[in-house]
Design a protein around this ligand. Structure first.
Ligand code: PDD
Length: 279
């Protein structure tokens, strides 16, 4: 396996960045996870747009032109012989002696890894998974895909220790913002599909955006409206979406059975639409 580090393809086990990288010291950087299907990146344009928006918000110069990103990602897929898997892209402000202020004249650091893998098991999709609620203690710019993921890893660790697959992140007013590493959705009694609106409170998931488009084109009603944990617990269906999991049905929340306790028809229908989209 090879990794890409600042313009070089290096053996994965030797790939490293400097100890004074600002990503390491300050989590001063961004990342993207892009799926690879059939040897091609999935929805690169949407991931790239989000990366550019994040870089602009943090005043980090884009280290590569769009065409160069595409060349490097293609190289990474080929050199690692990935047919189905994921690309991880990380851009940090760069290497400079530790100081909170932005350094001058420093090149951003770029790290890319690629690995094969086919996401969640068919079994977990057919029986569904559980989630638990965790307080959303993140900062107020969750739209920026920052490498600062402490609240997310703590939430997911807590969920795992309680035997759950995901953490539903709950704001002080009871709203489910999203999940530890995915966007959250529910289906209400009228059959409407609800998911939190974009803005500063959630990550604008690429999968979320594509699913909204696919669902509406297929005639489903999707409403970008937030819902509470209490609403989720009495929902017909709950599911989460991400680049890695696509659409994952949630069959229990805090031990409360959702619907019949099996993956719901809309979650499975959206998953099928999404699988068709990436194929
Ligand atoms: N996580 N919300 C959060 C907090 C996320 O971390 C992610 C993705 C999503 C879904 O976004 P997308 O559909 O663009 O993958 C929503 C990635 C996969 C990760 O951290 O591994």
């Amino acid at each position: 396996r090879v990794a890409y580090v600042n313009g070089r393809y290096v053996p994965h086990r030797e790939a490293s960045v400097h100890v004074e990288d600002r990503g390491y010291q300050f989590a001063d950087g961004l990342y993207e996870v892009v799926a690879v299907r059939g040897g091609l990146p999935v929805d690169f344009a949407l991931h790239y747009d989000r990366l550019c928006t994040g870089l602009a918000a943090l005043q980090i110069a884009n280290p590569l032109q769009r065409a160069a990103w595409i060349v490097v990602l293609r190289q990474m897929i080929q050199r690692n012989r990935v047919r189905d898997g994921i690309l991880y892209l990380q851009v940090t402000r760069g290497v400079s002696p530790r100081n909170h202020l932005f350094p001058h004249g420093v090149m951003p650091s770029v790290v890319i890894t690629a690995r094969p893998g086919s996401g969640p098991s068919a079994e977990s999709i057919s029986v569904g998974v559980s989630a638990v609620s965790v307080a959303d203690i993140r900062w107020r710019r969750r739209d920026i895909k920052s490498v600062s993921l402490l609240p997310n890893i703590l939430a997911k660790q807590q969920a795992a220790e309680q035997g759950a697959y995901e953490a539903l992140l709950v704001a002080p007013d009871g709203t489910v913002t999203e999940a530890g590493s995915s966007n959250a959705w529910m289906v209400n009694a009228s059959g409407e599909i609800l998911t939190h609106p974009v803005g500063h409170d959630i990550l604008p998931g690429v999968t979320r955006m594509v699913l909204i488009r696919l669902a509406r084109a297929a005639g489903y009603t999707v409403v970008e409206r937030s819902f509470t944990l209490e609403e989720a617990k009495v929902a017909r269906e709950v599911f989460v979406s991400s680049t890695i999991a696509y659409v994952m049905p949630i069959v229990s929340v805090d031990g409360v059975k959702i619907g019949e306790g099996v993956p719901g028809p809309l979650a499975l229908a959206l998953r099928t639409l999404y699988v068709g989209h990436v194929a």
